[in-house]
Design a protein around this ligand. Structure first.
Ligand SMILES: *Cc1c(COP(=O)(O)O)cnc(C)c1O
Length: 466
């Protein structure tokens, strides 16, 4: 008999979670102004809002927490982390920051000016926010296959080289401070970038004299996909693949809350010392002294251990197989999802799920609210709310895809939890024809509005029960 798939860890500590009633959830979501970010965590049964900082640390990481060095300058935890980053990525120079967007803030403050263009593959929302906040433009050069959820393509995070070259040819080099390649590409559905594409982008960038930075939050998950899907990599170790990936960039920003396997933290790392010199002043101004940059010594220690664990094949296999388990269940139930299934999340295609809801009533948000009401499952909208308004015209930007992301925290839930989530989606899918209306906005912030937006139902009776 073939042996079933098993997790590469056992459980040493548990955290109780509680199911609520539909009546309770109706009250809670109304009080939360139909914004899932406003819910208290106790009001959620299975929390798939994000995989960011929500993972479980290992016993080795908790052990490292106890030996953190809290010295202001020159802490041994800083050197432990510096050596680990060098070992895993090959980058000699690094600056810590309190999370990924803080690294973006420091790097962009040092390198981006108004009127600049930053091409890349579907920039992450905070990345785009930090670019636009500086009156620069993020240019999306992702391949077109990324925007068709039914199309099988092994590397939907790839950069379209023609689109990229067009930007590089038609603008002066001084206006393009960097190309940002996001691995895996969160916005396009947790989709990986192939090694060949990373290499081609780097070679093109060098031809035009442009710096390449990886937004590397999920670099190890990307490496796993290269190993499993790209010709010539099946027998290479994750570590070797990671090293080769980073050889095609000049530096990285990192949200350690993803593939750092910790609950908070970030960093920048570079091949050249001059980059650190450029970024040190803003690190000291915004984050703290350059040997801690907003992180405690114990957190740097836990991160150093996490970065070694994340490049173990067995860890990654457990991780990605669990995400796939949920995705495959949904496919079996006929629920429309982005395919192939990404690394950290399953993305439900809300336009195909709820064909009757008009686009100006926030289709993906309507679905996300419905999943919460059905079973206390919290996903997140990746659609018109997240896409925000055009900074020039202030009109809603309607993205090609309206998605609900079900992000799976690392090492937290079991496959039974995934099975429950799939059943909740199936139940909503079965009554999709009754869902005809969504929401309108009653309050929103000028930038990154999705975090604090307040909504009301377009038709008060809209949530129809089975
Ligand atoms: C999470 C994330 C960020 C921002 O990092 P934070 O730690 O949340 O500030 C940037 N880029 C990508 C691709 C991310 O997933």
């Amino acid at each position: 008999m073939d042996l079933p798939f098993t997790e590469s860890y056992k459980i040493k500590m548990v955290e109780p979670i509680r199911k609520s009633t539909r009546k309770e959830r109706e009250e809670w979501i109304k009080n939360a102004k139909f914004n899932l970010f406003n819910l208290r965590s106790e009001q959620v049964f299975i929390d798939l809002l994000t995989d960011s900082g929500t993972g479980a640390m290992s016993d080795r990481q908790w052990g490292a927490i106890m030996t953190g060095d809290e010295s202001y300058a020159g802490s041994s935890s800083y050197y432990h982390l510096k050596e680990t980053i060098k070992d895993v990525t090959g980058f000699e120079y690094f600056l810590p920051s309190h999370q990924g967007r803080a690294a973006e803030n420091v790097l962009f403050s040092s390198l981006i000016k108004a009127g600049d263009l930053i091409p890349g593959n579907a920039h992450f929302d905070t990345t785009k926010g930090h670019i636009e906040f500086r009156h620069a433009d993020a240019i999306d050069c992702t391949i077109k296959e990324a925007y068709d959820t039914t199309k099988e393509h092994p590397f939907k995070g790839n950069v379209d080289l023609d689109k990229l070259e067009h930007v590089l040819i038609s603008n002066p080099k001084e206006r393009i401070p960097m190309i940002i390649v996001t691995v895996t590409c969160n916005t396009a559905g947790g989709q990986p970038v192939s090694m060949q594409n990373l290499k081609d982008v780097y070679q093109m960038a060098k031809k035009y004299g442009i710096t390449v930075i990886f937004d590397a939050a999920r670099f190890a998950e990307n490496a796993y996909f290269i190993k499993m899907r790209e010709h010539g990599y099946r027998n290479k170790s994750i570590r070797d693949i990671v090293q080769e990936m980073f050889s095609y960039s000049d530096g990285m920003t990192m949200s350690s809350k993803k593939d750092g396997l910790v609950n908070i933290g970030g960093f920048m790392a570079f091949r050249k010392k001059e980059m650190v010199e450029k970024c040190s002043m803003h690190t000291i101004m915004y984050e703290g002294y350059i040997t801690y940059g907003g992180m405690s010594g114990r957190d740097m220690n836990a991160l150093a251990v996490g970065l070694q664990e994340v490049v173990e094949f067995d860890y990654l296999d457990t991780r990605i197989q669990q995400v796939k388990y949920l995705g495959d269940k949904l496919i079996e139930y006929g629920v429309p999802v982005q395919q192939p299934i990404g690394g950290h999340a399953v993305f439900v295609d809300a336009k195909r799920f709820l064909p009757h809801v008009p686009k100006d009533e926030y289709i993906a948000q309507t679905l996300a609210v419905e999943l919460y009401l059905e079973g206390g499952v919290r996903g997140v909208e990746i659609g018109t709310l997240l896409a925000d308004r055009d900074p020039h015209s202030r009109e809603n930007r309607y993205p090609a895809l309206e998605l609900v992301r079900l992000a799976i925290p690392r090492r937290v839930y079991t496959n039974n939890h995934m099975h429950y989530v799939a059943a909740i989606l199936k139940n909503v899918y079965d009554r999709r024809d009754q869902l005809k209306h969504g929401f309108s906005i009653t309050h929103e912030a000028p930038i990154l509005r999705h975090f604090t937006v307040e909504l009301e139902r377009v038709h008060k009776e809209a949530s129809v029960r089975k």
